[in-house]
Design a protein around this ligand. Structure first.
Ligand code: ZN
Length: 246
């Protein structure tokens, strides 16, 4: 008897949780439907950010092709991108260089990653549109509208994400993008004593280089063109083939 009561309570709790999260996700999706266009148009204008986003995806793809699925995450900025999740700076540097070479050789698929933040926005856009259409067709705010939105988001969201990544949030035509340095950032200070033991995010600095500008910069730095400086905190600079570890 007690067991059935317990099972019923657990079942009711799960149903309630699904209902609350579905309604919450639908409301958030309606907000996204109105905020996404301005975010997308800002991204379309910032080609450098889209190039760095493409190289960030390609770098994680190269690492995952070498070692299998990972839990690495990335974040692109105007001057480069972050790789978080414990990859060593040497691995990030070599994967980023391979990724850049392969993008330049025309391997545009590398710029797409299923775990991108674009996927959440794509799922929300599908959900919001299907939800609104369902409410209009049903002329009622019924659970069917919520369920239709959720189902569409799960089925169509990932497909739309690939299209939005390709045409809006990344740009695989990286031109003469260059990796200028790879830097290990300090771990989050909130981790306290544990921050001594974990590896901080690895930031890959990039810049567009005109052929002459790159040569001039290399001469000024006293290094051969194509060298990448690896900055790993306070340690001394170690020459490492094409790389210099600092
Ligand atoms: Zn992404």
């Amino acid at each position: 008897m007690f067991f059935f009561f317990f099972a019923f309570v657990a079942f009711a709790f799960v149903v309630l949780l699904v209902l609350v999260s579905t309604v919450g996700f639908t409301l958030a999706s309606l907000v996204t439907l109105f905020s996404a266009p301005s975010q997308f148009s800002a991204l379309l204008r910032d080609r450098q950010l889209r190039r760095n986003h493409a190289l960030e995806h390609a770098t994680i793809n190269v690492i995952e092709q070498r070692y299998g699925a990972s839990r690495l995450a990335g974040l692109a900025e105007n001057g480069g991108f972050n790789i978080q999740g414990g990859a060593s700076p040497d691995l990030v540097a070599s994967a980023a260089q391979e990724a850049l070479d392969r993008l330049k050789a025309g391997e545009r698929k590398l710029a797409i990653h299923p775990r991108c933040g674009t996927s959440l926005i794509a799922a929300q856009l599908v959900m919001a549109v299907v939800f609104i259409v369902a409410v209009i067709l049903l002329r009622d705010l019924s659970w069917i509208a919520f369920a239709a939105g959720l189902l569409a988001a799960i089925v169509l969201g990932p497909r739309l994400s690939l299209i939005v990544q390709r045409f809006v949030t990344t740009d695989a035509r990286v031109g003469n993008l260059q990796i200028t340095s790879v830097e290990v950032k300090r771990p989050d200070g909130r981790m306290g004593i544990f921050s001594m033991m974990i590896l901080g995010p690895v930031f890959v600095h990039t810049a567009m280089a005109s052929e002459t500008g790159a040569k001039r910069q290399a001469r000024r730095d006293g290094r051969a063109e194509g060298d990448v400086t690896l900055i790993t905190g306070d340690r001394e600079e170690i020459p490492a083939g094409g790389y210099r570890v600092r």
